[in-house]
Design a protein around this ligand. Sequence first.
Ligand code: SAJ
Length: 476
Amino acid sequence: MTLQAQIDNRGPIKKIGVIGMGYVGIPAAVLFANSPYFSHVYGFQRDSPSSGHKIAMLNRGESPLKGEEPDLEDLLGKVVNEKKFECTSDFTKIAGLDAVTLSIQTPFKNKEDLIPDFSALYEGIRNVGRNLRPGMLVVLESTITPGTTAGPASVMLEEESGLVAGIDFALAHAPERVMVGRLIRNIREHDRVVGGIDPVSTARAVELYSPVLTIGKVIPMTATAAEVTKTAENTFRDLQIAAANQLALYCEAMGINFYDVRAGIDSLKGEGITRAMLWPGAGVGGHCLTKDTYHLERGVQQLGNSDLDYPERQPSLFVLARTINDFMPRHMVRLTKDGLDLASISVKGAKIALLGWAFLSNSDDTRNTPSEPYRDAMIAAGATVAVHDPYVDHAPGISLMPSLEETIRGADAVVIFAGHHQYRSLDPCEIKTLTGKKHPVIVDGRNMVDPEAFIANGFIYRGIGRGDKNNHPVRN
Ligand code: SAJ
């Protein structure tokens, strides 16, 4: 029997399973359950010591996700009351479903070797395989190395089930594009790339996702193209940021203001003309841009390396972009040291007030924060570092200061790492008094303050991209 015949035999998708009750799986499950097209949704969650508590919470209609998520808890309460959604750790229930999606995180084992840890995802895939039935659809939503869906995932599902992918069951990749704080809106409004290992699988996955989209539309393609789309969209953003960072470093070296140049470039408009000049800064953090480039690179190495035609012995432009972005915290160290030297303050024993531990402005998300390599480098140079962040009350491996005043009190240098809006209103006089120094240093990593306001108060100013100000005369 062909896959299409199996699917026709089964009829429209009615019962769905979502594996992985995290910030991707929970909104996905809730939106499937809230759709009149589907009759029931199971959220599958391992009853592990770290996450098992989510099962009871979700079945009470409570979201285990931290931070504000508009609409999520209301929708969750609604679908739980309607008995259209329930969370379970019983993976055998998969056998009674029409479609299963997997939203399991794929972090790096460690930052050094940039090898992704697929163990949790692979465990989820094998769990699905053991309960797979003919005519079912399996969709991977996690960010994965191109080639994973049609390769290892397909093999594992076939090994565990004895069924054949593309013949007995449909298999696809539909990468998540959600951002914390806008989970429900993102799923409903972003276009959704959906890629099957064959056209029948693609069509069945389109049937699954179309009902939850409002403004967004489904963009069908192959599974591998969908994997490349997801990793490349973040790779490209990282590249754009690196281009801004490199130009900012050039502007500093040439003694000009990057932001004038950016405004000039941005003014070039018109038919078919585009210049997406992003913003330079103290570095690039987060869990998307810091790893997706390496997924893409691994994909081309595994899938296309023998056929890849590329300038000989030249590094990947995308990996070079990562190198430039990861250089920026070191540039912030250089700017800090320059300022301290001018103030005749030794780095050894200097007190640094580090403003911003979150990787993103006005966020509490600290994953892969660029503030960390900066902090480590300054401590290695003998300085002490006090960290402040209005959105972060605790983070692994550091203690946050209770207030901005306490952070700045007695500091030799004030260093802005995150673009939190609170930092736009730093008052030069108040800051100088708090530092108690004649010529405190201020290093602006996110173009938050007016250089002249601080220079006029005797500060030694250094800013990313501010070649026009970085060698200013020191005023008394
Ligand atoms: N950053 C810059 N300059 C910029 C933009 C960002 O230095 O011009 C830095 C930020 O400070 C941060 C890092 O880059 O440290 C990442 O910032 P981000 O705005 O890309 O935020 P992310 O990491 O949450 O990226 C997510 C991604 N979304 C998904 O993966 C679904 C990304 O594809 C989105 O483009 C991005 O959100 C977004 O646009 O909000």
